[in-house]
Design a protein around this ligand. Structure first.
Ligand code: HEC
Length: 231
């Protein structure tokens, strides 16, 4: 019967505040305070016991992927790093023979554009009454020596070009153009805009330069005389 009655006593508000006989309320062994410590200790000890995440073993697949990535990076560096030498960034130029290099620097069309075009025009037609045309002019196309002589030492006085008379001055280029350049520009005017005459060699230009060294501008009559002598 007593065991059965006990739960009933706890729920009964009248019996709740009743103290057992001979016991004091502030007895440390039985007080509410000691219960709080016991409960608290139980909670704290449970929290301490929780496992630490940092010490879990790394999964096998993480190791596998890491090793594969390292291998891939090593392979890439081995193939493309170029041993990290500075030479990897230098552009390799194929060696060119000296002969070809000189040929490339001397361009008749470029020399014409820079030296002759201002007066004789990009189409070689000159300026009527002022600068004679080079297109179809026999001073250009007959013999190769005549235009070379004009370019080397200049020209002045009356000259007939395609039925028109000019009486102007053209300066000499002997001091500005070397033999190769004179040959290149003469060959350009002899083979452009429909002109089609054989080329002159730089060696022949060198001979003419030496032959007439120190002279002033040509007159058309002098050039005509030299031309007649050659034929
Ligand atoms: C500053 C203007 C000027 C420049 C630059 C010039 N010439 Fe002339 N050129 C003339 C004049 C002017 C004449 C005619 C001279 C005369 O009346 O006697 C002439 C005449 C000629 C002639 C003979 C006439 C003819 O038309 O066939 C040739 C060839 C010639 N020049 C070629 C050249 C070449 C090649 C260059 C460039 C390397 C050149 N000239 C640069 C003004 C120029």
């Amino acid at each position: 019967m007593t065991m059965m009655n006990k739960p009933d006593n706890q729920n009964d508000p009248k019996k709740e505040n009743l103290e057992p006989e001979g016991k004091f309320r502030d007895d440390p062994t039985e007080s509410d305070e000691s219960d709080v410590y016991t409960i608290h200790d139980r909670i704290v000890s449970r929290e301490k016991g929780e496992p630490d995440e940092g010490f879990e073993p790394t999964p096998w697949w993480v190791w596998t992927i890491s090793v594969l990535v390292l291998f891939a990076m090593g392979f890439y560096l081995g193939k493309y790093s170029g041993t990290f030498g500075t030479i990897a960034h230098e552009v390799e130029m194929p060696p060119r023979p000296a002969e070809e290099r000189v040929e490339r620097e001397v361009r008749g069309d470029q020399l014409y554009a820079g030296m002759c075009q201002p007066c004789h025009g990009s189409d070689g037609m000159g300026t009527p009454g002022r600068y004679p045309p080079l297109v179809g002019s026999r001073w250009v196309t007959d013999d190769a020596e005549t235009p070379a002589r004009i370019v080397l030492f200049g020209l002045e006085g009356p000259i007939q070009v395609l039925g028109q008379t000019y009486n102007e001055q053209m300066d000499h280029f002997a001091h500005r153009l070397n033999d190769r350049e004179v040959a290149a520009v003469v060959n350009f005017i002899r083979t452009s805009w429909g002109n089609d005459a054989p080329e002159i060699e730089p060696e022949r230009v060198a001979e003419l330069r030496e032959e007439h060294e120190g002279r002033g501008r040509w007159r058309a009559s002098e050039l005509q005389a030299l031309r007649n002598n050659q034929q």
